[in-house]
Design a protein around this ligand. Structure first.
Ligand code: ADP
Length: 317
């Protein structure tokens, strides 16, 4: 059985005895990419600060690689985790080379190993040509990439990345996504917090956790969440008026695109049957007719919708 890399148990953080930022949060992260999703203010950064040991929980526990990080024989977090914050502001006056040398010396790495590692990492994050420039002069994307290189200096198995693509332009974002996919290929585990959902989709996250108001709403692989939300999507090309009208009474939602209809329905069999009948009867050529799962953005919206409904029900009770 695969074992969790990160597991939290009723993790809670209350600021100033009044703001409940994280509320009995239970997340489980396995090897690969974990998308940690939630709207602004959901509690992502607070959770991350507790995971990296820079903030003490009010209550609850955290296990990394199966070990409690606050117990007597607590694990040395900084040797296990590489952390990249949203706006890395550290050591901006240094060159990339000098920063990485410094980090290497903090980890007591031998000089030769530091040299080899720096060359390898600068190549990985595509900054070899900029190694002697001061970081202050880097673009936002370059700053984030040197942030990743410094986090990888002592080769941790786990990287925690907080909203690292928020300030990047589309090119910077795409470079970052490719880099993160390469790191997964190398066997790294990454918890990536973001409110920019299509990126997590592009990274092909192995699983996602959705939080709001400090607690977990849903967690699982995209496929598992699709099954749990019980709604399936079907794409039909062309966008045909007769098909659309005949489906309206039996599906929960129809979204029109210029040349396609996107159908959301629980009873797929009935939809398949109706389309077959209508297209035969009216001589409509159906070019495309395929079932596609919900995308992360749709899962996210549905999860929040479901949560809101549950809360309203509780209010009524
Ligand atoms: P996210 O990263 O998902 O945007 P945060 O973890 O930053 O969310 O914030 C969660 C909640 O905790 C917010 O309501 C925020 O205002 C509050 N919060 C965060 N840090 C502090 C702090 N140091 N003191 C008081 N409240 C805080």
């Amino acid at each position: 059985m695969k074992s969790p890399i990160i597991q939290t148990f009723d993790l809670t953080k209350i600021f100033d005895n009044q703001t409940v930022a994280v509320n009995k949060l239970n997340i489980t992260v396995y090897k690969g990419i974990y998308g940690f999703l939630g709207p602004n203010g959901a509690g992502k950064t607070t959770t991350i600060k507790m995971l990296i040991g820079s903030l003490y929980p009010t209550s609850g526990r955290i296990e990394l690689f199966g070990k409690d990080i606050f117990s007597k024989d607590k694990v040395k977090i900084h040797t296990l985790i590489g952390y990249v914050p949203e706006n890395p502001t550290y050591f901006l006056g240094m060159t990339a080379e000098r920063l990485l040398e410094f980090i290497g010396s903090v980890f007591h790495m031998p000089k030769q190993e530091i040299k080899t590692r720096i060359s390898y990492l600068l190549k990985l994050v595509d900054l070899t040509d900029a190694r002697y420039r001061v970081i202050a002069k880097y673009s936002a994307g370059m700053k984030q990439r040197i942030g990743i290189a410094q986090a990888l200096m002592n080769d941790p198995e786990l990287l925690i990345l907080d909203e690292i693509t928020s300030n990047l332009d589309p090119l910077g974002r795409n470079q970052m996504i490719e880099l993160l996919k390469d790191l997964r290929q190398e066997g790294k585990t990454m918890l990536i917090s973001t409110h920019v959902l299509p990126e997590i989709q592009k990274m092909n996250a192995d699983s996602i956790g959705i939080i709001d108001l400090g607690h977990l709403i849903m967690e699982g692989t995209i496929q598992e969440l699709n099954e749990r939300l019980g709604t399936k999507l079907i794409r039909i090309n062309p966008n045909n008026e007769i098909i659309r009208r005949s489906l309206e009474p039996i599906v929960s939602k129809i979204t029109e695109e210029p040349d396609s209809l996107i159908i959301e329905a629980d009873n797929l069999e009935q939809v398949w049957k109706t389309i077959a009948e209508i297209s035969l009867k009216n001589n409509i050529v159906v070019n495309e007719f395929r079932s596609s799962g919900l995308e992360i953005e749709q899962i996210f919206m549905k999860a929040l919708e479901k949560e809101n409904k549950n809360m309203e029900l509780k209010d009524v009770e």
